[in-house]
Design a protein around this ligand. Structure first.
Ligand code: SF4
Length: 353
């Protein structure tokens, strides 16, 4: 597929086992198994994303087509792997760090990632915060002056109507200690047509507004997605990326290099590469941490530093995010010699003071 050509959506959003079978994306004999998966987890594959699928088992398809393996939960998997629930002072708010907190105004997404760490909560049922719950969340932010940054997530905040988005952005912007509003989204790659002038107008704020775009494969960043990113940049909204390291999607040095380069081509700064959170039924996506570190070490020096994300894990239980390396500083010698040693990208060892 030519990624410079605008895509022409040819169908509606795929949401059911039968629609997936009809589209030729799953074999009919998987119908019963997929109905079992559907009892627990939502499915949605919007046209902008289904049009990227070249084969039912390709890196785009694997992210969004339900898999019978999702019905198998491993002992270490957790319905709330990063501990959101325990850190929620009022509905819709998650407070983990001193200077920032999440606001989840809805739990709808343009697509449902099969590896999502909030998969027990997100779905077309909505989870839209009522006006009263939203007001309680605003009051919580007003009462916490150490909070400088609000992270709108969910669900996907760019699934909100322009009217509701405008209300949220303007209300948060009026709180004196809020300096930054960040939105986590998959809309530019999954439903770029949602970024209408009205929705972009709704993002206008005196606060510094940032978007963090979630994409996991270079093919997601085609013509329409890049235009969507440019529409955000044209409103002075910087765009960063986050990706998840996923078996069968981006678990090779070539796939990661292509992804990070595609972000840069789209004017998106790679920010985080996440180690997979242990959500139920996602073990088939797991890439061991040593493999992740080796993949990134392979790219060090090959890929421009602009394209370099931080590889991180969210410590289970809500203890925060930490970098996983790779590291280049070697341990200090026992004699405490002030001269230290570092490993160069080619593996050679060098001293410095
Ligand atoms: S868009 Fe985000 S919140 Fe929604 S299913 Fe994907 S990972 Fe989960």
């Amino acid at each position: 597929m030519n990624d410079d050509a605008p895509s022409t959506p040819h169908q509606g959003t795929l949401r059911t086992a039968d629609s997936l079978i009809q589209a030729g994306l799953v074999p009919p004999d998987q119908r019963e198994a997929l109905l079992r998966v559907a009892r627990d987890y939502a499915t949605a594959i919007p046209p902008a994303f289904s049009n990227l699928i070249e084969h039912p088992d390709d890196p785009i398809a694997r992210q969004v087509i339900p898999d019978p393996r999702e019905s198998t939960q491993q002992p270490h998997e957790d319905v709330d792997p990063i501990g959101d629930d325990a850190l929620s002072p009022v509905p819709g708010v998650v407070h983990r760090y001193e200077d920032r907190a999440l606001l989840k105004p809805l739990l709808i997404c343009p697509l449902y990632c099969r590896f999502c760490f909030r998969r027990e909560h997100v779905g077309p049922g909505g989870g839209l915060l009522s006006d009263e719950a939203l007001e309680a969340a605003f009051q919580w932010f007003e009462a916490h002056p150490k909070i400088r940054e609000v992270i709108l997530t969910g669900g996907d905040p760019l699934m909100l109507s322009p009217r509701r988005m405008e209300k949220i952005i303007s209300r948060l912007s009026a709180i004196p200690h809020i300096e930054t509003i960040r939105l986590h989204t998959r809309v530019p790659v999954a439903a770029p047509e949602r970024l209408t002038p009205a929705l972009l107008d709704a993002l206008e704020s005196d606060c510094s507004v940032w978007v963090v775009l979630h994409a996991n494969h270079a093919r997601e960043l085609g013509h329409d997605a890049r235009l969507a990113v440019r529409s955000l940049l044209s409103r002075a909204i910087p765009v960063l990326s986050q990706s998840v390291l996923l078996r069968g999607v981006n678990d090779t040095a070539e796939a990661l290099e292509d992804l990070f380069r595609a972000f840069i081509k789209a004017r998106v700064k790679p920010y985080y590469l996440h180690h997979l959170d242990p959500a139920p039924g996602t073990a088939h996506f797991h890439v061991p941490v040593e493999e992740g570190r080796a993949l990134l070490a392979h790219l060090r020096g090959r890929v421009t530093g602009l394209a370099w994300p931080t590889y991180v894990v969210d410590i289970p239980g809500g203890k925060g995010k930490v970098p996983l390396g790779p590291d280049y500083l070697l341990p200090q010698s026992e004699d405490k010699n002030p001269q230290r040693q570092v490993k160069a990208p080619n593996g050679t060892v060098h001293a410095f003071t």
